[in-house]
Write a protein that binds this ligand. Structure first.
Ligand code: ATP
Length: 587
């Protein structure tokens, strides 16, 4: 396949404001690709060369380096290229303009293929060490020499990491379903395989080569992260015991970072809640797994928590965040030691346990883990007595936990990969107050500030995620809770996500001054959830002509960098929260 076809597709994707159109444009592209090319086409379209969880290096060409390459590839003066950048503010437009004004004609022009672009970008990413910047530039110049202006626009954005077509994983799955099965109705089957492997390329290839039936047979693979099972929420032990029909085990809910640990002999990989590969940040956890997991191959889950090196007491989440870094790992490891509390076991030596009930998974976990002070199973209590659960909750809080996660012990209590399921219900302290619990919302737009806030944003338009439709629907305008420093930094922080029109996956009635690609997630708390004609979350669900909105929303100060846009609070949860609130009032 020629790269020109990708560039043309990207241009069409940029122009559309409708998600359905986005899917059919992508489906056309996927149909045209050969099965062995499909994987590359998908990753390139997402602006990358591998799934993030592989932890492979990024392409890593800085804007300045790219400008240098553009100047050298076209024979234009560097100062002219810099001036174009100042005017356009977009490296893609600069590359496009520069190429159409170029002063050098290549003697051996040959059209770029997808294969060649992909291989070159991969080689660029892999360059490291002394002189690597120069070698990266040379390779990029090689690509530009054979690029048309339109291709250059997308190549330049890809190498600096600003392609941002906003094509999410679900959009890709819909487009694959449409391309290879004729309708998006088969998406759930693809989604299941995706939930088990998180590998779009892998699934696309099986689909294209062997068909939908083969996709349904996909199993977990050590090394490919399983999309994590998540919990629902309720506010009292009574409700939880009721919901789980008395068949439940309560576990401490630790306030740290979720780990999914994959082990194959001495090869250990750790994935975060967002499925980032965080192995290199936690050499201590790697070592503990090697030593204390008595299985050749295993996939287990737990929560890593910072502990006080003196007392061994649990520390809050913020302390653990010091460990989230690229450099100085050893030093931070000494300063902020961790303990890993394990709570699930998804695979052991050839056996996929995701469809086994909770009690069996827990038993397997006990069997393969040799417990130590710093690597052990999370404390659990099987009970159907709400008072006993309440005491266990108080005990958890006293020991520095956030609350409980109560898990179903029924025969159906499988590990529901990628789902927020009623098989797990969380009980947090803040839920017991009158206030609405905090939610995690995606920033999709902004409104300019006035007066004291002139020059920055006065409020952000925030949205919840509608998973069925793969859309972001607005729930509030949030303007309070930001410190002066937060406010001053907002435009800069959000700049890279700014787009010219409302994103095709955003559903909003309000006209924001600025639109963003849904990317950044913030934690927001409000006073209550109300009906609102101006917000699109759950529009027409509770009342015709109304959606749901959060009243008096405030930013809690927590940027949820551990969450991707699709991990934000879902529309369905907001509906549940609204209903729970009604119930509480009428009680
Ligand atoms: P939160 O914002 O409450 O952390 P979340 O959206 O990240 O929620 P949920 O599934 O709603 O995730 O809540 C469960 C989270 O709590 C898990 O992702 C995990 O990180 C953490 N956790 C702590 N202890 C446990 C436990 N015993 N079992 C399951 N998850 C636990």
């Amino acid at each position: 396949m020629l790269y020109a076809e990708l560039a043309e597709t990207y241009e069409r994707l940029e122009a559309t404001t409708k998600r359905l159109e986005m899917i059919s444009i992508l489906a056309e592209l996927f149909k045209d690709a050969k099965p062995e090319e499909l994987e590359k086409v998908i990753y390139l379209t997402q602006g990358k060369i591998h799934p993030d969880w592989m932890g492979e290096p990024e392409i890593g060409i800085a804007e300045k380096m790219a400008l240098e390459a553009i100047a050298r590839a076209t024979g234009l003066e560097r100062s002219d290229v810099d001036a174009m950048m100042a005017e356009e503010g977009d490296i893609g437009r600069v590359a496009e303009r520069a190429l159409s004004e170029k002063k050098i004609r290549s003697l051996f022009y040959k059209p770029l293929t997808v294969e060649e672009v992909y291989e070159t970008l991969d080689a660029i990413a892999k360059e490291s060490g002394k002189g690597s910047a120069g070698r990266k530039i040379e390779r990029f110049i090689g690509l530009l020499a054979n690029a048309t202006p339109r291709e250059a626009r997308y190549l330049a954005r890809t190498v600096v990491g600003t392609l941002r077509l906003g094509v999410g994983d679900m959009t890709i799955l819909d487009a694959l379903a449409l391309a290879y099965t004729g309708s998006t109705e088969s998406r759930p089957k693809l989604e299941r395989a995706y939930n088990l492997t998180s590998d779009l390329g892998y699934i696309a290839r099986i689909l294209a080569e062997k068909g939908l039936e083969a996709v349904s047979q996909v199993k977990v693979v050590v090394g490919k992260p399983i999309r994590m099972m998540l919990a629902q929420r309720l506010s009292t032990p009574e409700e939880i015991v009721d919901k789980l029909e008395g068949r439940c085990a309560a576990e401490y809910k630790l306030d740290g970072e979720r780990f999914q640990i994959h082990k194959k002999g001495d090869w250990i990989q750790i994935f975060s809640r967002r499925l980032e590969n965080i192995t290199h940040m936690y050499p201590d956890a790697v070592e503990m797994t090697k030593r204390h997991v008595k299985a050749e191959e295993a996939i287990i889950e737990g929560e890593a928590v910072a502990i006080d090196p003196e007392t061994g007491e649990l520390q809050p989440f913020q302390v653990l965040m010091h460990r989230r870094r690229k450099y100085g790992i050893e030093e931070m490891m000494e300063k902020y030691p961790i303990a890993v509390y394990l709570f699930d076991c998804l695979y052991v030596d050839g056996e996929d346990l995701t469809l086994k009930p909770y009690l069996e998974r827990r038993r397997r976990l006990e069997e393969i883990v040799e417990e130590t002070d710093r690597f052990k199973l999370v404390k659990a209590l099987r009970t159907s007595d709400p008072r006993e659960m309440e005491r266990f909750f108080e005990e958890a809080i006293a020991e520095g936990c956030e609350g409980l996660v109560v898990k179903s012990t029924s025969d159906e209590s499988i590990y529901r990969a990628g789902a927020r399921s009623w098989l797990w219900v969380k009980l947090k302290r803040s839920y017991q107050s009158k206030m609405v619990e905090p939610v995690d919302l995606v920033i999709v737009g902004a409104f300019y500030g006035r007066g004291k806030r002139a020059g920055t944003y006065g409020a952000l338009l925030a949205a919840a995620y509608d998973h069925e439709a793969d859309m972001f629907r607005t729930v509030c305008k949030v303007g309070s809770g930001f410190t002066d420093k937060d406010l001053a930094e907002l435009p800069e922080k959000l700049k890279e996500y700014q787009i010219e029109h409302k994103h095709p996956r955003v559903d909003a009635l309000l006209e924001a001054d600025v639109w963003f690609e849904p990317a950044v997630v913030i934690e927001v708390i409000g006073d209550e959830i109300t009906l609102s004609p101006t917000h699109t979350c759950a529009f027409n669900v509770i009342r015709e002509g109304s959606g749901l909105a959060i009243r008096f929303p405030r930013f809690t100060g927590r940027w949820r960098t551990d969450k991707g846009p699709e991990d934000a609070t879902r529309v369905k949860e907001i509906i549940d929260m609204y209903r729970a609130q009604l119930k509480a009032i009428t009680k």
